[in-house]
Every structure is written in structure tokens, then in C-alpha cells.
Design a protein around this ligand. Structure first.
Ligand SMILES: NC(=O)c1ccc[n+]([C@@H]2O[C@H](COP(=O)([O-])OP(=O)(O)OC[C@H]3O[C@@H](n4cnc5c(N)ncnc54)[C@H](OP(=O)(O)O)[C@@H]3O)[C@@H](O)[C@H]2O)c1
Length: 236
């Protein structure tokens, strides 16, 4: 198994794409650490991992808007494993789809907080254990909305654009290191976030999280050479 013995941290692992990515990484041999707020969802992801005959995941139920808790993640992983091989920054918040002048301060704070600030703070916390790995890999989940701005998606789209810039800047800074850092755009996937955005859509016609997880997991392998790229799932 290509990820045997590797330690992987996945955010937004209580459901959707993050849960499927965590299961796929565990299936490939990784020891996974799971972050989200919903303990029941994290436990369900862990059940799916153990059903594959893999060791139990480490569950870190926390709110990514709590910066001090995020600060503690990297040091606690280093203390336990002495390194972090894989960081998957998948957690995302949609907010409310609405015209830009109508975005509320509460929604703005949540969407910016989860999609951008938490990514920066997680990188700050996890860079030392990632650099301690022999082949550290980081993948952050972005969206096609960045290149195709759409009415009412302003807050979400702006934060994904900011996320991409942040990650591509980090990739430039680490080009000569052992790290390989990329973004992954899964396209349209049947999840709770997508249902909130498109309530009338028949999700049975969409790709599932399990359909996209292998391509995301491919970016996490030690043999991966891509760096500073936005890797897109092919359109159907
Ligand atoms: N679905 C799509 O079509 C699509 C397309 C392009 C990009 N994406 C991106 O894919 C990623 C995963 O989204 P999804 O579609 O799988 O949505 P989802 O099923 O709603 O999952 C979102 C995940 O993020 C976690 N999360 C949200 N706020 C959090 C917070 N404050 N603290 C900790 N965890 C938090 C949620 O966990 P808790 O609620 O348990 O905390 C959940 O595990 C997101 O970055 C999204 O922008 C999705």
C-alpha cells in the first residue's frame, strides 16, 4: 500500500468529500487524523475506516474558527507521530448565496474564517511537522467558481480565490523543499454543501464524494511530483 505508515490529517472529515478522502487515504495505508465539529460524523468516518480492517483514526473534534485550537494541532501531531506526511485542507463553508451588498457580517466572518483564515492558521501550525516528513504533501480543496464568478456566490468565490493565492504562494516558497503542495478542484459533487447551494437539484445525477476521493488521494502519495498546481477533476 503506497501510503503505509504515513500520517494524514484531513479537515472537514465528518461527511462529504473530506470523509471519503479520509477513507481512501486509510484504504491506501495511511494512519488518519480527522478534524470537524460533528463528533458523530467523525465517528462514522472512523467506522468506515475500521470496516476496511484499518486501525482506528484519531478524532480531533474542533471548530476551525477557534484559532487557538488550530494552533495546537501541529504540535500535538508532532508530539505523537514526530511528523505529518499529508495535510488535506478540505473543510469549507458556503455561507448564504446572496447579492454582495446583502452578505451579513456573520456569514462573511464564517466563510472567510473557515475557507481562508483557518487554512492559513493550519499551515502555520502544521508546517513544522510537514517539513519533518521525508515527503510532506499538502492538498487544499478549491472550486471552479474562482475562474467563473457567478451572481450570489461572492463570499464563497472570493475566499476560494484567496485560498488559491495563499496556497500557490506557499508552493512558490517551498519549491526547493521536499514538500509538494497543490490545490484540487473536485467539480460538482453530491454533498450537503452542494444541496444547500442548489436545493432543487437531483443529487442522484452528480458525482459522489467516493468518485472524487481517489484523485485527491493521488496528490498525497510520496511519488507525487506536481507542485503549485490547481488539479481539476475532469468535467463529466
Ligand atoms: N460539493 C461540491 O460540489 C464542491 C465543489 C467544489 C469545491 N467543494 C469544496 O469541497 C470541500 C468539502 O465540501 P463538501 O462539498 O464535502 O461539503 P460538506 O459535506 O458540507 O462538508 C463540509 C465539511 O467541512 C466541515 N466544516 C465546516 N465548517 C467547519 C468548522 N467551522 N470547523 C470544522 N469543520 C468545519 C464540516 O464539518 P462539521 O460541520 O462537522 O464541522 C464538513 O465535514 C469544501 O472546501 C468545498 O468548498 C465542494
Amino acid at each position: 500500500m503506497e501510503l503505509e505508515g504515513r500520517v494524514a490529517l484531513v479537515t472537514g472529515a465528518s461527511r462529504g468529500i473530506g470523509a471519503a478522502a479520509a477513507v481512501e487515504l486509510a484504504r491506501r495505508g495511511a494512519q488518519v487524523v480527522l478534524i470537524a465539529r460533528t463528533e458523530g460524523g467523525l465517528a462514522e468516518t472512523d467506522d468506515a475506516i475500521q470496516a476496511l480492517g484499518r486501525p482506528p483514526a484519531t478524532l480531533l473534534p474542533l471548530d476551525l474558527l477557534d484559532g487557538e485550537q488550530v494552533d495546537a494541532v501541529g504540535p500535538s501531531i508532532f508530539q505523537r507521530f514526530r511528523r505529518l506526511d499529508i495535510l488535506v485542507g478540505n473543510a469549507g463553508a458556503l455561507g448564504t448565496l446572496t447579492p454582495v451588498p446583502h452578505i451579513t457580517p456573520k456569514d462573511w466572518a464564517e466563510v472567510v474564517g473557515v475557507n481562508m483564515s483557518a487554512a492559513w492558521r493550519l499551515i502555520r501550525s502544521c508546517a513544522p511537522p510537514l517539513l519533518a516528513a521525508d515527503a510532506g504533501r499538502a492538498v487544499f480543496v478549491t472550486s471552479r467558481i474562482v475562474s467563473t464568478p457567478a451572481a450570489y456566490w461572492g463570499a464563497y468565490g472570493a475566499t476560494k480565490a484567496g485560498l488559491e493565492h495563499l496556497i500557490l504562494s506557499w508552493a512558490e516558497e517551498t519549491r526547493t523543499s521536499r514538500l509538494r503542495i497543490n490545490l484540487y478542484d473536485p467539480g460538482v459533487v453530491a454533498t450537503k454543501l452542494r444541496r444547500a447551494a442548489m436545493p432543487g437539484e437531483d443529487q442522484a445525477t452528480l458525482r459522489t464524494p467516493a468518485d472524487v476521493a481517489p484523485m485527491l488521494a493521488d496528490l498525497c502519495g510520496p511519488a507525487e511530483t506536481r507542485h503549485g498546481e490547481v488539479v481539476r477533476h475532469p468535467k463529466r
